[in-house]
Design a protein around this ligand. Structure first.
Ligand code: FAD
Length: 470
């Protein structure tokens, strides 16, 4: 707008890996960047499970965006949630904390809003089975997990005690596996000598997935080794099962033969699927962009929305030749979009289409055990774990976080100690809530339900199956 600025205005939505790398790539560009995030921090999602299970604090996995961007003098950061877009006027509408609305005009827009947990059309499960995408989710899970052991200790009968000592995890991708392994390690190592009435090591951890193996994306060999290690840890693998309902006291699953089984579990955690955030729907409606089944925006080879070269979509919320939802994809796509804008405003030649360099993926199973798959390189066991450690230290954003995480891991891994066990009891469901219905149902095998009367398969292609996890 003449009189206010002469530099092109770039708005970046989201300060995750993709948004942060986009903003960093424009550091020396002759543009004015505004980065918006509904939270004030950049979150290292791959370590959320360690925050949830008491190893790391929230400050160790989340760095203030303001601090990360302080040397990027052309980047302004605002905490606000973007809600809508007018693609014709080139304006996004956002809401500041407290509810006031702001509008931001842009010449270039980078959408890096990530994805959220999907309950496959059953959002009501979320109240009983939290997902794991944000710090708030990790702290909720921490409260539920540590709270369950406390409720088991003070339980007045064996049935209640058993229920609080049963943890059901839905989704056999890396996050479900990591949580399952951590809860068993917690029970058998950290908490072992701390209770007087219960034996924490009696805790059952049930891992449900629609596939035949957890971590199927790693291929049968690595997935098989991971499954073996999980079983050694005491995780009960409930494969080929689809969750058909979740409530305060547990869940019902349908097995391959269609039989419905109820499992009493005081804690149900959900890591089974992802969906694009509401803003992606607003963007698709405003631009006519095509979306995939999860609502992710299908982009051109240069990561822009078809017909809108001024709008790039990067990271988890983009669908670019079905690339997986991985941190490395988000970093590379974000950096690409930032560079593209830098070149455009400098009048340089249009760069090549986005090409993802696959650096592989990893999953942590337990202390001393992880699996890594990077092209032809397949690692498991201790070597996998050491590589996991190295990769995570290298990628933890910010020197302070990296340094304290290494120290904390040293204590946690050498002495089975978890220092981050503070939790509040607010929001923990009491036994009264659980059985407000009609008294506790025993774990029963229900008669096979006719297909159309079944309590709604949670997903058209198979419930809590091995959904692409981000
Ligand atoms: C539990 C878990 C474990 C994972 N483990 C691994 C792993 O081991 N290896 C790996 O490679 N990947 C892993 N991933 C995936 C990886 O974290 C993601 O691929 C990556 O974070 C995607 O980056 P992003 O920037 O696209 O999205 P995100 O990191 O999700 O960032 C999106 C940002 O946008 C903000 N936002 C969203 N909507 C709005 C809005 N409307 N207005 C303003 N701001 C908004 C959010 O607050 C957030 O900061 C894991 C993910 C999870 C959840």
């Amino acid at each position: 707008v003449p009189g206010t600025t002469v530099k092109p205005r770039v708005v970046v939505i989201g300060g995750g890996f993709a948004g942060l790398f986009a903003a960093r790539a424009m550091r020396r560009a002759d543009v004015e960047v505004t980065l918006l995030d509904r939270a004030g921090h950049h979150l290292f999602q791959p370590l959320l499970y360690q925050c949830a299970t008491g190893i790391l604090s929230e400050g160790q996995i989340a760095a203030p965006l303001r601090e990360l961007l302080k040397k990027h003098h052309n980047v302004e950061f605002l905490v606000a949630e973007v809600e809508d877009i007018d693609a014709r006027r080139q304006v996004v509408g956002a809401v500041r904390p407290g509810g006031a609305r702001i509008e931001l005009p842009y010449d270039h827009l980078v959408v890096a809003a990530g994805v959220r947990q999907s309950y496959f059309g059953h959002d009501e499960y979320a109240q009983w089975a939290p997902g794991m995408k944000t710090i708030a989710d990790a702290l909720t899970i921490r409260r539920k997990v540590f709270g369950a052991f406390e409720l088991a200790e003070s339980a007045t009968d064996d049935e209640e005690r058993r229920r609080w000592l049963t943890f059901a995890l839905v989704g056999g991708g890396p996050t479900g596996v990591e949580l399952a392994g951590q809860i068993r390690e917690l029970a058998t190592k950290t908490l072992r000598a701390e209770y007087r009435k219960i034996r924490p090591e009696d805790a059952r951890v049930l891992l449900f997935d629609g596939g035949t193996q957890p971590l199927a994306a790693f291929g049968p060999n690595l997935a098989g080794r991971a499954a073996k290690r999980l079983e050694e840890l005491g995780v009960e693998l409930m494969m080929e099962s689809r969750v058909t309902s979740v409530d305060a006291g547990g869940l019902v699953v349908s097995s391959g033969d269609g039989a419905l089984t109820r499992f009493e579990a005081g804690t149900v955690l959900w890591t089974a699927g992802v969906a694009a955030p509401p803003f992606a729907h607003a963007l698709a409606a405003a631009t006519g962009a095509e979306t995939d089944r999860a609502g992710r925006i299908k982009v051109e080879p240069d990561l822009t929305v078809p017909g809108h070269p001024e709008i790039a979509v990067v990271g988890d919320v983009m669908n670019c030749t079905d690339l997986p939802g991985l941190a490395e994809v988000a970093m590379q796509s974000g950096a690409y979009a930032g560079r593209r804008i830098r070149h455009l405003v400098a009048g340089k030649e249009h760069q090549k289409p986005f090409h993802y360099i696959d650096l592989g993926s990893a999953a942590y199973i337990s202390r001393g055990r992880a699996i890594i798959s990077a092209g032809p390189i397949k690692l498991s066991g201790r070597l996998g774990w050491l590589s996991w450690l190295f990769i995570h230290i290298a990628f933890l954003t910010g020197y302070r976080n990296r340094f304290t995480a290494v120290l904390t891991w040293f204590v946690a891994f050498s002495r089975d100690m978890r220092r981050e066990r503070a939790f509040t009891t607010q929001g923990i469901h009491s036994d009264r809530d659980v059985y407000a219905r009609s008294g506790p149902p025993a774990p029963v095998v229900l008669p096979r339900a006719p297909a159309e009367a079944s309590p709604a398969g949670v997903h058209p292609t198979g419930g809590a199956g091995p959904q692409p996890e981000t």
